[in-house]
Ligand binder design. Sequence first.
Ligand code: HEC
Length: 399
Amino acid sequence: MKRTGARAHKTWLLFLLAAALAVGAPAPSSHGRVPEGEAPAGPQAPPGAPADHAADPAAGARLYQAACAACHGADGTGMPRTIVGFEEPLPDFTDCSFATREPDADWLAVMHDGGPARGFARMMPAFGAALSEEELVLVLAHVRTLCASDDWPRGELNLPRPLVTEKAYPEDELVYSATVAAEGPGAIENELVYEKRFGPRNQLEIALPFGWRERGSGRDPADWDGGLGDLAIGVKRALWHDLDRGSILSVTGEVILPTGDQDEGFGKGFTVFEPFVAFGQILPADGFLHLQAGLEIPIGEKDANDEAFWRAAVGKSFTEGRWGRTWSPMVELLGARELAGGEPVHWDAVPQFQVTLNTRQHVMANLGVRIPLDDSDRDAEVLVYLLWDWFDGGFLEGW
Ligand code: HEC
């Protein structure tokens, strides 16, 4: 297996190169992030006018009191409905659980173009004509001070989700994903993943796989078997996050239970413990990187070996217009090896693109192809997911 070895070696180098790039990357300038006191970058951004108030943080607070407090309240918790005279509930900017997950770019879009820019109510007016970009950034900087805790990782670190590699960011998401065999006998594997945050840095994850597999060669639906796979339950915790560096690191412990119908080929038949670390890095020019490495440890099964896996995803986001739909092409590199003498390393590449589907940008889809890179006789697969960030609103809201 010399050929595989040489190729594996090359892929390893690529992996290390990506990691080195990430660690050595300068402080990110973008990915939805607008540094304090700077005008947001973008095609229509005004030429960098000198920041008059930049040295005066109180200017942001004064502008907020003048332009926003009538509705959002002097303290940012929102005025009562009886006073504002409309029904739309006002957000509470002091609630870190809500405020920290919204990236600056989303809030600037709403402040500049009004609520409808992100599928919110028209009662949230557009300030793009009344306030300069520089003033909007100052107001936003003030709004950011209303959540007093910095324990909560900021939404900028919630990078576009790859098809296979796990994100480091703890999220409130519901993801439906499907894997369809591109060659060989028909097989469709699906998975529903429910993710729920608790506390500033933790997340519970429950994954329920189910699928269909073709038995014979006929096209008759009776030739397909269906079944549930192995249910996985995990807990993630962000160990460290730093918005200035654009980095987030988390650990996850997952238990995969043998709930699947092994005879039909849906499940391993034994429990697996899967610990892993995940790292996310914002790269310059709206680029991003995910790294994940972990182990699959069979519990009480002598015939199964431990397996190590390592994954990387690199990509870049493109936004239509200033605040519109975001396209995030990326490529994943997946490696895995059973920890037993003579076992080969398996390598796969997964070119793919994620796209936000609605105005709120909280429903997204991703489509890609998993291509085996080694000599094993595994087949290529088509992968797709539909992701709903349910904290940001109902599935049908904000289209
Ligand atoms: C006339 C009342 C009014 C004024 C004035 C106002 N807002 Fe709002 N704002 C709203 C309402 C109502 C919403 C909620 C819209 C919804 O949820 O559909 C909102 C939502 C927002 C959001 C979106 C929060 C989210 O859910 O992501 C931001 C950010 C925001 N306002 C910032 C500001 C800032 C900054 C100012 C001052 C420059 C301001 N608003 C002035 C009424 C107002």
